[in-house]
Design a protein around this ligand. Structure first.
Ligand code: COA
Length: 177
C-alpha cells in the first residue's frame, strides 16, 4: 500500500522519549546550533535545566538524539522554552510525537490545562507546525527578543471544556470534598 506512510509509522514506533541527561548535551547543542540563528550556549542550557521546575527531554532513535524539548512545569500550565528536531529528521513526525506526549500529560496534576510558548514572528514553519498540533496564537509580544528585536507570538494549546469536565468526573470525590 502506501510504503512511505508505513515506514514513517515504523520509524515512529522505534522512537522513544526520555529525560535529558548531561551526556546528551553535545548532541542537543548540535541540533540547537543547526536550528536557530541565535542559538543558546551550553551554559544557557545548564542554567535552564538547574531551575527546579524546568524539565528537559530528548527523542531518541536507536542511540541517536533526534530532537529535544525543554519546558517549565507551572501550576496551571507547561511552558515550552526550547524545542527542535534534528534537520535530517524533520517532517517525519518527531516534533508531533514530542508535543503530543506533552499534551498527553495534561491535565497534570489535575489543574495544568494549557501549554504555552513564544515563537518568533519570522519563524513561520514553527507557527505552521504548532497550528497543525492545535495551538493558537493568542497574543503578540512586541520586541520580545533582545537579540533581534523581533516580536513574538504567544501560542497556546488549551484543553477543551469537555476534556476538563470528563477529568472532573473522574476526580469527583476530590472536587466534592
Ligand atoms: C518546528 C519543528 C520542531 C517541527 O518538527 P517536525 O518533526 O519537523 O514536525 P512534524 O514532522 O511532526 O510535522 C507535523 C506537521 O507540522 C506542519 N509542518 C512541520 N514542518 C513544516 C514545514 N516545514 N512547512 C509546513 N508545515 C510544516 C505540517 O502540518 C506537518 O504535518 P505533515 O508533515 O503531515 O504535513 C522543526 O521544524 C524544527 O526543529 N524547526 C527548527 C527549530 C524551531 O523552529 N523550533 C520551534 C521554536 S518555537
Amino acid at each position: 500500500m502506501n510504503q512511505t506512510r508505513v515506514s514513517k509509522e515504523q520509524f515512529l514506533n522505534s522512537l522513544s522519549v526520555r529525560y535529558m541527561i548531561r551526556r546528551d548535551i553535545p548532541e542537543v547543542l548540535e541540533i540547537e546550533w543547526a536550528s536557530f540563528a541565535y542559538p543558546l550556549t551550553e551554559e544557557d542550557f545548564l542554567h535552564n535545566l538547574r531551575q527546579g521546575n524546568c524539565i528537559g527531554t530528548v527523542a531518541e532513535h536507536g542511540e541517536k538524539v533526534v530532537g529535544f524539548m525543554i519546558y517549565e512545569s507551572h501550576k496551571y500550565k507547561f511552558h515550552i522554552l526550547n524545542f527542535a528536531v534534528h534537520s535530517l529528521y524533520r517532517r517525519g513526525g518527531v516534533g508531533s510525537y514530542m508535543v503530543m506526549r506533552l499534551i498527553g500529560m495534561l491535565p497534570h496534576p489535575l489543574c495544568t490545562r494549557r501549554i504555552t510558548l513564544e515563537v518568533r514572528e519570522t519563524n513561520l514553519l514553527a507557527q505552521l507546525f504548532f497550528r497543525s498540533r492545535g495551538f493558537k496564537a493568542v497574543k503578540v509580544l512586541p520586541r520580545f527578543y533582545e537579540d533581534s528585536g523581533e516580536d513574538a507570538y504567544l501560542m497556546q494549546y488549551q484543553l477543551g471544556p469537555e476534556v476538563i469536565n470528563a477529568e472532573k468526573e473522574s476526580f469527583r470525590d476530590y472536587f466534592d470534598e
